[in-house]
Ligand binder design. Structure first.
Ligand SMILES: [Zn+2]
Length: 522
């Protein structure tokens, strides 16, 4: 079955705009004038629509998004009272839920970002409540959750994490970083494979609606990988996925065999392209908003603190040498300039130890980068995965980050233009559910360094702005490359999957997946 799409403006990475595209079943067969040389079974007149390859999300947490969607919806609420009301309503509607877990609240609505357990107690005091902050490095819990977790003034901060406290040492109700968050969540009922398949299904549906047909889950625990494999077998996984297994300083050695086993299972699926478990995620530091990003210069609000380094250099090198040798792609979360430097140093040292291969290491976020480290991305072949929707002066940067690091450093975040000039490849990731998965909300932000949709029109460090065409490429072609799927997707070239978006007046009119319409705008 051949379909000719005609009379459109097709945009595809480095090609000139062309007007015709022919697909056969799920694959693009010809583009431009040559597309018209074939006989087509159907011809679709696109009436001058703008057509681009489907978006690909190079850093996201689809299962977390699905899990969060199953709790109270507090995204975008602007006051504690609104959050209290949403949590109360959810608790009343779900009387049998033993734990109430949801997200994500904007921590910037409270100066300093420390939320109090008693505020949640006012609405729910019979069951534990855990709310994730938008940075997903912070939780806010009620007193019941503290009590069930045994967290008191005597509890020490776990390594790499902090418990916000009153002057007398008793916990306030805000905990930061995975090790502290785990003190609470390890007591919550475990997610089941069924609930995680439901989360995957939810995420796929939400992604397809907004034109994303492939993504990388970049915080994949073993049970989550099992859920992905099951969802691929059952047909519930309807987008293409890469998985990045989470390695931690205490688990990376013990997990090697099981990660290999899960990678093998993903390769043996009937549709071997659907799921690839070929990447390994390392969290090197925290977040600027929480004062936990690892910096080369101290924080202003606590001059003794340079943030948190989750890995020591030796352990990190040992771990990445081991996983690189096993053929895993590295996916390193580094936000502060010291974390970015640590990541680059580790990659450089690893490349001297292990034999050469097409490894495409990724540093994700790279919010602050020392000048001398900019050219190292290109030199070492490191992809910078950046969150386009973060490239404007949002309330978190203004209220929480600037006071901690000062305006000068704050304004040096997201140096896209400098990275490009220094020879780096950039790819995009939404970091959903930390921020929206909708590419059309994000694509113009690095171009204008503003977010008019949220009323912020003053450009933020406009010298770092990029072009719209670059921005589109970073959300399509370059993520396909990051995912080792550039032969399969990311551009509209012959031989690639027919995943594309039909845009009219800057809105997605329809989404084609594998040559079929998956969504038509309402
Ligand atoms: Zn993330």
């Amino acid at each position: 079955m051949r379909t000719l799409f005609t009379n459109a403006r097709f945009w595809s990475a480095d090609q000139e705009i062309f007007h015709d595209l022919l697909i056969e079943d799920s694959i693009i067969v010809a583009t431009g004038e040559s597309a018209k040389e074939f006989t087509a079974d159907t011809t679709i007149d696109l009436r001058d629509a703008f057509v681009i390859p489907a978006f690909i999300d190079g850093h996201a947490h689809p299962i977390f998004a699905g899990r969060e969607a199953a709790g109270p919806q507090i995204n975008g609420l602007n006051t504690v009272v609104e959050i209290q009301q949403a949590v109360k309503a959810f608790a009343e509607a779900n009387p049998t839920k033993s734990w109430i877990i949801g997200g994500a609240y904007e921590a910037a609505i409270i100066e300093g970002g420390d939320f109090d357990a008693t505020w949640l107690d006012e609405v729910v005091n019979d069951r534990p409540v855990v709310l994730h902050a938008v940075d997903h490095h912070t939780i806010w819990v009620n007193s019941k959750a503290l009590e069930l977790s045994g967290i008191t003034r005597e509890t020490k901060d776990p390594e790499g994490g902090t418990i916000a406290r009153y002057d007398n040492g008793s916990p306030k109700g805000t905990l930061r970083e995975p090790s502290a968050i785990a003190l609470v969540l390890e007591n919550a009922p475990a997610n089941t494979i069924e609930s995680d398949i439901a989360a995957i299904k939810y995420a796929c549906t939400e992604y397809l609606k907004v034109g994303v047909t492939a993504a990388i889950d970049s915080w994949c625990e073993k049970d989550m990988a099992r859920a992905y494999i099951a969802a691929a077998q059952s047909g519930d996984l309807t987008i293409v996925c890469n998985l990045s297994f989470l390695a931690t300083p205490t688990t990376w050695i013990a997990d090697i065999d099981e990660f290999n086993e899960l990678r093998q299972q993903s390769l043996e699926l009937d549709n071997s392209k659907l799921l690839q478990a070929n990447s390994i995620k390392f969290l090197l530091d925290g977040a600027l908003s929480a004062g936990t990003a690892h910096l080369t210069q101290p924080y202003l609000d606590d001059p003794t603190s340079f943030g948190i380094a989750i890995w020591n250099d030796t352990e990190l090198l040992n771990a990445i040498v081991a996983y690189d040798a096993l053929g895993y792609q590295l996916h390193l979360h580094a936000i502060g300039d010291a974390a970015v430097k640590q990541a680059l140093n580790a990659i450089e040292a690893m490349q001297k130890i292990n034999p050469e291969w097409d490894r495409r290491p990724v540093i994700v976020h790279a919010q602050l980068i020392c000048d001398e480290d900019l050219p190292r991305f290109g030199q070492l072949g490191v992809i910078a995965n950046i969150q386009p929707l973060w490239c404007y002066l949002d309330p978190m940067n203004k209220e929480l980050i600037a006071p901690r690091i000062g305006d000068q450093r704050n304004n040096q975040q997201y140096r896209l233009r400098s990275l490009i000039n220094a020879g780096a490849m950039i790819a995009y990731g939404s970091d959903w559910p930390i921020t929206s998965q909708i590419p059309m909300l994000a694509i113009d932000v690095p171009v204008t360094r503003t977010n008019p949709g949220l009323g912020i029109t003053q450009p933020w460090n406009i010298e770092e702005a990029i072009t719209k065409e670059e921005s589109l490429r970073f959300y399509t072609n370059n993520v396909a490359y990051q995912m080792f799927r550039e032969n399969e997707r990311g551009t509209l070239d012959a031989g690639k999957t027919a995943d594309f978006l039909i845009l009219r007046e800057d809105k997605i009119e329809s989404v084609y997946v594998n040559g079929y319409i998956s969504k038509v705008s309402e």
